[in-house]
Design a protein around this ligand. Structure first.
Ligand code: 6PG
Length: 471
């Protein structure tokens, strides 16, 4: 008997996704170079599951029904190419290879072309939700060959998260659109995490809240309009006791952030195609800055501790920080989604923005009730270039903007770093300003480099021979 699906890579994500598929009555074979992992797969499988572990690619490939549908869950980069090099000679015309890792979209484009030349389909598919999501229902972002997508669709819909009975998976567009959408998802993820960490700092150092109080604040936030996965896990983090000391674990964790690259790619892409996403950029660079721990210690001694004046009304301050976080988060989504709008045109992905926000409502790391509002906005206008231009979104922004200003001002005057909040506010102020002072930049460019400028009152391109004033 042949198996419906194949999974290459039986690490935590691969194994969990495989079990999820098997839970939904699809038979599936797994392969990993590490025989231990293959054994673990067998022992962990439930009695109802039709699962087979294999230790050679030959056995793996011949266990699959045709056209073969093979999911790769291996680290992005060289490991994907290594698997493809070994497996493609064993495949036959029409087989489909689906890369479910966080691969760079340009790599996916190259692989699509390479496999197409061998009459094979290659698809890039973003999967979000971490270990638990993979096992119980992730958000799934497939893109590429439509025919191949339709073959997978019933399985993807079965295993994905559900919101209002709707599956958190949809076709994200042509070519490597699936990877691109997942990349931007991660960029937004970086921004929101940065903003939450700043809110934490403001409440902890600014208003002297302890972990129990922080837990309560995040609990309240999560019970209301700020309900989201990242707020929810942050709430729980403040309750986690340390097994090695008496205190809370969060206080023992070294303040150096890691990163695997998707955030950086998002920023690079935005620069490449000319989209302004400063809150995502700052989130990437803040992780980089966090790694200079030794220098930060030296500098903090050189410039001495800052004096913090706590807010007079703590409850009011907490509310304002909450509103500031909510709005800055909304602005981060706006930036990421605007990048998708531009990329969709630039690369001809034809990304359905409405479906993107729809399938981000559940399963993924950036799921939040806010997505429902974005979904409504795109339902009204699928071609919306920026969600800040939607009238209902604007009403929310207007309600919260003064809190963002007050919170950012508090951070600035007390020397509490708040790069994320400030850039969200700065982006908003620049985006909503009709006349920016860049007329002056254009004048300077033309002055020293004859770079020319356009005028507000007539068509055409102008150059002036600027004169030094008499001093
Ligand atoms: C997800 C996550 C997942 C992974 C991040 C972590 O959507 O499930 O985004 O893909 O946890 O890539 O990225 P960093 O290691 O760069 O923080």
């Amino acid at each position: 008997e042949k198996y419906n699906y194949g999974m290459v890579g039986l690490g935590v994500m691969g194994r969990n996704l495989l079990y999820n598929i098997a839970d939904h009555h699809f038979s599936i074979a797994g392969f990993d170079l590490d025989e231990e992992k293959v054994k673990e797969l067998q022992t962990g499988a439930g009695p109802e599951m039709k699962v087979k572990g294999t230790v050679t690619l030959e056995d793996f490939v011949s266990a699959l029904e045709t056209p073969r549908k093979i999911i790769l869950m291996v680290p992005a980069g060289k490991p994907v190419d290594a698997v493809l090099e070994n497996i493609t000679p064993l495949l036959s015309k029409g087989d489909i290879v689906i890369d479910a890792g966080n691969s760079y979209f340009e790599d996916t484009n190259r692989r699509i072309a390479d496999l197409a030349s061998k009459n094979l389909h290659f698809m890039g598919m973003g999967v979000s939700g971490g270990e638990k999501g993979a096992r119980t229902g992730p958000s799934i972002m497939p893109g590429g060959d439509l025919e191949a997508f339709h073959l997978l669709q019933p399985m993807l819909e079965a295993i994905s998260a559900k919101v209002n009975n709707e599956a958190c998976t949809a076709y994200m567009g042509k070519g490597s659109a699936g990877n691109y959408v997942k990349m931007v998802h991660n960029g937004i993820e970086y921004a929101i995490m940065q903003l939450i960490s700043e809110a934490y700092d403001l409440l902890k150092r600014g208003a002297n809240l302890n972990n129990d109080q922080l837990y309560n604040v995040f609990k309240e936030w999560n019970n209301g309009e700020m309900n989201s996965f990242l707020i929810e896990i942050t709430r729980d983090i403040f309750q986690q006791k340390d097994s090695l000391t008496d205190g809370y674990l969060v206080d023992q964790i070294l303040d150096k952030a890691g990163a695997k690259g998707t955030g950086k790619w998002t920023s690079e892409q935005a620069m490449e195609i000319g989209v302004s996403i400063p809150t995502i950029d700052i989130a990437v660079t803040s992780r980089i800055l966090s790694a200079y721990k030794d220098e930060r210690i030296l500098a903090s001694q050189l410039y001495s501790e800052k004096q913090i004046t706590s807010p007079e009304n703590t409850d009011l301050f907490i509310r304002e920080v909450g509103d500031a976080l909510y709005l800055a988060t909304l602005i981060s989504y706006a930036q990421g989604l605007a990048l998708l709008v531009k990329a969709s045109k630039e690369y001809d992905f034809q990304i359905p923005l409405q479906d993107v926000v729809k399938i981000w409502r559940g399963g993924c790391i950036i799921r939040s009730v806010l997505l429902e509002k974005f979904y409504s906005a795109y339902t009204k206008d699928p071609d919306l270039s920026n969600i800040l231009l939607d009238k209902d979104i604007a009403a929310i922004v207007k309600e919260k903007i003064s809190s963002l200003r007050k919170t950012a001002a508090f951070a600035v005057s007390n020397g509490i770093p708040s790069l994320g909040l400030q850039t969200a506010l700065g982006y908003f102020d620049a985006y909503t300003t009709e006349s920016l002072p860049v007329n002056l930049i254009q004048a300077q460019r033309d002055y020293f480099g004859a770079h020319t400028y356009q005028r507000t009152d007539r068509e055409g391109v102008f150059h002036t021979s600027w004169q030094a004033a008499n001093h």
